[in-house]
Design a protein. Structure first.
Length: 256
């Protein structure tokens, strides 16, 4: 027969062993678990292809422990032009500036560790299944995070902890939805307008007034292009010469 005190001692040793295993398992789990991967994303609840005036909310997490986010540069997907995007709200003092491929949202640096979030409105979403918004995130110290990968499983660790670009999945377009006309674009630079156009003269397609008759020409030219004053002067010269010759002939006759 075993003594009760011995049985109690064995039980306590078993509990202690189990506790040690549990603590060891927790330590291993903590040691193997890496830090939560930061990310950038975009949201638009219930968004469908060809929807108009869609509000998109962008969120970019901070990965710096010493500097604040100061700028986000976005490359727009095919089917959305920079002119289709309107800035609604974001961090204090930030503003949107269009670029050749998309836009930037920037302003005073955020507090260290603070995520960046802003909201824009898109004139119309394209007819697509998903949209990718490649984003470059800059910090006040010059550090850059590139959220540009098209597939979050493409990272070297094989666990999807890369830098995937924000992706927005769209539902199929509503029945009858159609693309709207393209956004107005800046007119190409043209030659300077002619003096007639600048002075409010006739425009294209407007009949010009008929030419004045030659005899009424403001420049005083005749039908043959010769100024009218020329023949008048010749006639006057002939009269003067003729009169002088007659006076001289009459004087000679009187003297004889």
């Amino acid at each position: 027969m075993h003594h009760p005190s011995l049985a109690l001692a064995r039980s306590l040793r078993r509990v202690g062993a189990l506790g040690g295993l549990t603590a060891a398992a927790c330590a291993v789990a903590v040691a193997t678990a890496g830090p939560a991967a930061a990310h950038a994303d975009v949201e638009a609840e219930g968004a469908r292809a060809l929807d108009q005036n869609v509000t998109l909310t962008f969120h970019a997490e901070s990965e710096s422990g010493s500097a604040g986010i100061s700028k986000l540069e976005v490359v727009l997907p095919k089917g959305i032009a920079p002119g289709d995007v309107t800035y609604k709200e974001g961090p204090d003092g930030w503003k949107l500036t269009p670029t050749d491929r998309g836009y930037t949202v920037s302003g005073p640096k955020l507090a260290v560790g603070k995520d960046a979030e802003y909201v824009v409105t898109v004139r119309q979403l394209p007819d697509a299944k998903s949209l990718v918004f490649k984003t470059v995130q800059s910090y006040s110290d010059g550090k850059v995070d590139r959220w540009i990968e098209l597939d979050d499983t493409s990272s070297s660790d094989g666990h999807g902890h890369g830098n995937p670009a924000p992706r927005l999945d769209l539902k199929p377009a509503a029945p009858g939805a159609k693309p709207v006309s393209p956004s107005p674009t800046e007119e190409p630079t043209t030659a300077a307008p002619s003096s007639d156009t600048a002075a409010g003269g006739p425009k294209t397609g407007t009949s010009a007034p008929a030419a004045e008759p030659a005899s009424n020409n403001a420049d005083g030219e005749g039908d043959d292009g010769m100024p009218i004053g020329v023949p008048v002067g010749i006639a006057a010269s002939v009269l003067v010469l003729g009169g002088g010759a007659w006076w001289l002939h009459s004087r000679r006759s009187g003297s004889a």
